[in-house]
Ligand binder design. Structure first.
Ligand code: KIV
Length: 277
């Protein structure tokens, strides 16, 4: 079976089928996510805080992001794999942006790349235009754009049109320009439900929401939040399992068995003669 393609994604969108995307950062989780029917796996820069132990997404390096993407690529057979361009791996020059995005496709095996665009962000819109012209599929990302966290000053919901939040109109205009530049889909992060709905109506590419309400074309969650591996929980997310408890129970049982001589048992030890044991 081959991986989901852009025509497959667009066909589902045209038929009004909701699209499911999850993040993954390593092969074991990517294998599970891939086998469970998601359309797209995003190897997000959220790996920074959710996988690599940094404070936020800003610190993840290009090499780390490429290594995560390559691990997911090796595991994924069905879902489209999207590599997320880290902070400052794009934007300093067109040449650098094309070269770095190209490494996700050529070296890490991604099927597409994602990059963030601030309201009316002409630089990243030009980059989307160039990448798509060269044959690199791009997923846009607007609304709350964590790579600008130092500028925004916090996780403010966007589309409210106040001092911490851009207007719906600015987001719609940016979404339309991203579509025009050739992006095949668009992530909307932490926007009011009304904003999500209006953007989804304004563009003709699938909108994938995370905290964008019910009227967009698909959803994405950060896998560690969905599986209960995160330190905090967020209103925009939903926890579908409690892996923190499952893992700590398992590790406590292991430690207990080692300390009490229960593990290893005879069945875990090798016989000097019988090669089946
Ligand atoms: O890096 C990431 O996980 C993301 C999603 C929140 C869309 O960009």
């Amino acid at each position: 079976m081959s991986r989901m393609t852009i025509p497959d994604i667009h066909e589902k969108y045209e038929h009004g089928e909701k699209l499911a995307m999850l993040t993954a950062y390593d092969a074991p989780i990517a294998r599970q996510v891939d086998n469970s029917g998601v359309d797209m796996i995003l190897v997000g820069d959220s790996a920074g805080d959710n996988h690599l132990g940094y404070d936020d997404t800003l610190q993840i390096t290009l090499e780390e992001a490429l290594s995560n993407t390559a691990a997911v690529d090796r595991a994924a057979e069905n879902a489209m794999v999207i590599g997320d361009l880290p902070f400052l791996s794009y934007g300093s020059s067109m040449e650098e942006s094309v070269k770095n995005a190209g490494r996700f496709i050529k070296e890490a095996g991604a099927d597409a790349v994602k990059l963030e665009t601030p309201p009316h962000g002409t630089t990243s819109i030009e980059i989307i235009d160039r990448l798509t012209e060269l044959g690199m599929p791009v997923q846009g990302h607007i609304g709350l754009t964590p790579q600008r966290m130092n500028q925004i000053g916090g996780g403010y919901v966007q589309g409210r049109g106040d001092e911490n939040s851009t207007t719906v109109e600015a987001l719609i205009d940016t979404a339309e320009q991203i579509e025009e530049a050739g992006a095949f889909s668009l992530v909307l992060e932490a926007v009011t439900e009304e904003t999500g709905k209006r953007i989804a109506e304004a563009v003709d590419i699938p909108t994938i929401g995370i905290g964008a309400g019910r009227y967009v074309d698909g959803q994405v969650l950060v896998i560690t939040d969905a599986l209960g591996l995160s330190k905090e929980s967020y209103r925009l997310s939903k926890q579908y399992a409690d892996l923190n408890s499952i893992i700590s129970d398992a590790v406590e049982s292991y430690v207990d068995e080692v300390q009490n001589g229960v593990f290893p048992a005879a069945e875990n030890a090798f016989d000097p003669i019988d090669k089946d044991k």
